[in-house]
Design a binder for this molecule. Structure first.
Ligand SMILES: [Zn+2]
Length: 758
């Protein structure tokens, strides 16, 4: 007798803890304040608390609760479980994730199109795959001892290998190792079976994306190969194959042939809009269907009646789950006591989403109260003046459609901007200077009400003055005010714009122990008053050199917030575009001649499917251009990008039409610049040193990088700057690094003059 798949489940749950208990335990352990046993027992207590809570919220059937736990990252832990990396201990995991004094950590990159970052396994040719099921068995046992029958979770073999990369000098691509990896999965599953586990979750989100390493067809073929064997194994739990984050294409037909015992599909509103007909296609599957109806990646209360009608189009007996793991949303709305009351009822965080899943599965007769509450939330939100601002809508409706362009064009602007009087190879920084303990303490005290506005402003101004003084002493050409007033480059703007709310405890895991608190776009966006002018103006008053105004661009603001689900993102992007354009105008009026609009997240929102990308890039580029559209030709507009490789979207970066583009390049040793000349017209500041490391770059190596850049970009177009902002660094290293940067620039400049034809 086998246990049937539960009627209601979720794909995953936040791991850090409602009060960020795991974060604290991790950081205490890393700092040596607690030992391994204390750490493990804190993590163990947190897991059991989570299981008990989920049960209480309604996930009471056996195997309804996923044991998707990981200390650092689920990809890394799966790789350790199948023995793809060597090592398996706690310290092995942290060594791989965080590096040591001798060894660099593994790379980290974005998990599909979310703001979660996973650890990229690097697989060496000589690395065998030896099953290490103990980690998962331990989770099963500890849950059992507490009376819970949980469902072990592993990233599936196709996704694991598609997201891995070959170790240095490895000849073989990870996906070529699929058969070996599958052997190890089979062994792990056999061990789970021996322990009496009846369901295991294998997550295969790679199937919903067009990846650079493999096309949709290739991934579907890998799926066939891998699961053909996994499902043929005799000693195994029933397989729950999940496909979150989007719609399957060819993978869906393969799954229908393979027939794992249960299959999850993402049926969120967003995915169904992208992929019309998906609901009908999945309804035809010949397996137990688990409908991912409750949207796991946003914070909006579900329209239960609408979702229930979708569920009714699926075969009788279909189970209900979330579209993706709930790890992307905060724990609970309950603790948010300072949200406006009307707004609070529109939100569902993780716990509330669990209740939605349960109510959907039970139906409107059994859960009448939940449906009535959902109806009310849907109605009041649609009717609220907070979501619909007539003036904002009229303003964006009056904008020209399609692409917009700043005039005159770049070549003419460049002539006009010569009046800025900048030297050849100008030096600058990306914006933030170290956020000192004192600044953080002042911000906390101000928040807590123990430091009044005047004293807080005074502390910030003193910091700005010292940052300006430092840059003057170092001899930088274009200065910044240092951004001490910003807790975060997105939250700062969200707090000052209409149309956003921010939470007090809405933490979500970004990576490892790192959490962020994304603001929420609730409605139409506008700018009630200038946001950055007082700081830029004050900084400019202290120097005769130009000070750059510093703005975060529309795409990055949206990428690092929870967005609306009642309008397309392009609508919010246009609204942000014109709001920030007003800020540009006010900065110009305050005498600021250089304005930087940061778009580090431009690559992040790139859709998983190839055919959706053009559309995205069109509205993304448009929103940036709206910000700069009315800028005076004499105003030099900069942009800054980092955090990813931009090769794939380099044309869109060029299309931003900034006058100067600074871009992360030090780690790839200027590779990016190889064919930049044909694709790019603007001036460019490839990051000349890596700010992610405390290491102080030497003059010679910076000079070498500048020379490497000069091979691809003429001196008239080249800027010299670090890779990114300096807010995570200390002052001592910042000062030495920037000093070396300025000296290196002088050296290169001198040799250019010597070599120049008379
Ligand atoms: Zn950056």
């Amino acid at each position: 007798m086998t246990t049937p798949f539960p009627k209601a489940t979720i794909e995953g749950y936040p791991r850090v803890g409602a009060n960020r208990e795991l974060k604290r335990a991790l950081e205490s352990y890393w700092a040596g304040r607690i030992d391994a046993a204390t750490f493990e027992s804190a993590a163990h207590a947190l897991r059991l608390e989570t299981y008990a809570r989920l049960k209480e919220l309604g996930l009471s059937e056996d195997y309804a609760i996923p044991a998707d736990v990981a200390y650092y990252d689920q990809v890394l832990e799966t790789a350790l479980t199948i023995g793809a990396l060597g090592g398996e201990s706690l310290d092995d995991e942290f060594r791989l994730a965080r590096g040591t004094a001798q060894a660099a950590p593994l790379e980290m990159t974005k998990w599909f199109d979310t703001n979660y970052h996973y650890i990229v396994p690097e697989i060496a040719d000589e690395q065998g795959f030896s099953p290490r099921p103990q980690r998962v068995i331990k989770l099963v046992d500890e849950a059992r001892a507490a009376g819970h029958t949980v469902r072990p979770y592993l990233v599936g073999p196709v996704t694991l290998l598609a997201l891995s990369k070959p170790a240095e000098a490895a000849q073989r691509q990870p996906l070529e190792r699929l058969d070996e990896a599958v052997d190890s999965y089979i062994a792990v599953l056999a061990e789970l079976h021996a322990q009496g586990v009846e369901w295991v979750q294998l997550a295969e989100p790679a199937l919903v994306a067009d990846l650079i390493v493999a096309s949709d067809a290739e991934l579907a073929e890998a799926l066939r190969r891998a699961y053909g064997r996994i499902l043929a194994a005799e000693q195994r739990p029933q397989v729950y194959l999940t496909t979150p984050y989007g719609a399957l294409r060819q993978g869906l037909d393969v799954i229908d042939e393979l027939r794992p015992e249960a299959v999850q599909v993402d049926l969120s509103v967003g995915t169904l809009n992208q992929e019309p007909g998906y609901l009908e296609r999945v309804a035809e599957l010949h397996t137990h269907l688990v409908a991912g109806l409750v949207d796991g990646r946003n914070v909006w209360a579900a329209n239960l009646r609408d979702l229930r009608s979708k569920l009714e189009k699926l075969p009788a007996g279909t189970s209900v789950t979330t579209s993706v793991s709930l790890q992307h949303v905060p724990h609970t709305v309950e603790v948010e006591t300072s949200l406006p009351v009307d707004v609070a009822s529109w939100f569902s965080f993780a716990n509330e989403k669990v209740q939605e899943v349960v109510a959907l599965a039970a139906g409107p007769l059994e859960s009448a109260a939940a449906y009535a509450k959902a109806d009310r939330a849907v109605r009041t939100r649609a009717e609220s003046a907070r979501t619909h601002d007539r003036a904002v809508q009229e303003r964006t409706a009056a904008l020209p459609g399609g692409q917009v362009a700043r005039t005159p064009e770049f070549a003419q602007r460049k002539e006009i901007q010569k009046d800025l009087g900048l030297p050849l190879l100008p030096t600058t920084t990306i914006g933030s200077f170290p956020q000192t303990k004192e600044i953080r303490a002042a911000r906390a005290a101000h928040r807590a009400g123990t430091l009044d506005d005047a004293a807080y402003t005074q502390a910030l101004r003193a910091e700005v003055a010292s940052v300006i003084d430092l840059q003057e002493r170092l001899g930088l050409d274009v200065l910044v005010h240092g951004e001490p007033e910003r807790n975060d480059m997105v939250q700062y703007f969200a707090e000052l714009l209409e149309g956003f709310v921010t939470t007090e405890n809405g933490w979500v895991q970004s990576y490892g122990s790192r959490c962020t608190r994304p603001p929420i776009v609730v409605g139409d966006i506008s700018r009630p008053a200038a946001m950055t002018v007082e700081w830029a103006e004050y900084a400019q008053s202290l120097s005769s050199k130009q000070v750059k105004g510093m703005l975060t661009g529309p795409v990055t603001i949206l990428a690092w917030s929870f967005v609306r689900d009642d309008v397309p993102q392009s609508v919010s992007a246009d609204q942000l575009g014109v709001a920030l354009a007003d800020e540009v105008r006010d900065l110009e009026e305050a005498g600021i001649d250089i304005i930087q609009i940061d778009e580090p997240a431009l690559r992040e929102l790139l859709p998983l499917r190839e055919e959706d990308r053009k559309d995205y890039l069109d509205w993304a580029v448009r929103s940036f251009r709206l910000v700069a559209l009315e800028a005076k030709p004499s105003t030099q507009i900069h942009t800054h990008l980092c955090y990813s490789e931009f090769g794939q979207i380099i044309e869109a970066v060029a299309a931003l039409d900034a006058d100067v583009t600074s871009i992360e390049a030090a780690r790839s040793r200027m590779e990016l610049l190889e064919d930049i000349d044909e694709k790019f017209h603007s001036e460019i500041g490839p990051g000349i040193y890596d700010i992610h490391s405390p290491r102080i770059p030497e003059v010679a190596e910076i000079a070498e990088l500048i020379r490497a850049a000069l091979k691809h970009v003429p001196a008239e177009r080249l800027w010299v700057n670090p890779d990114c902002g300096l807010k995570t660094r200390g002052y001592a290293e910042t000062e030495s690094s920037l000093r070396n940067m300025v000296i290196a620039r002088e050296e290169v400049l001198a040799s250019l003059k010597v070599n120049a034809p008379a």
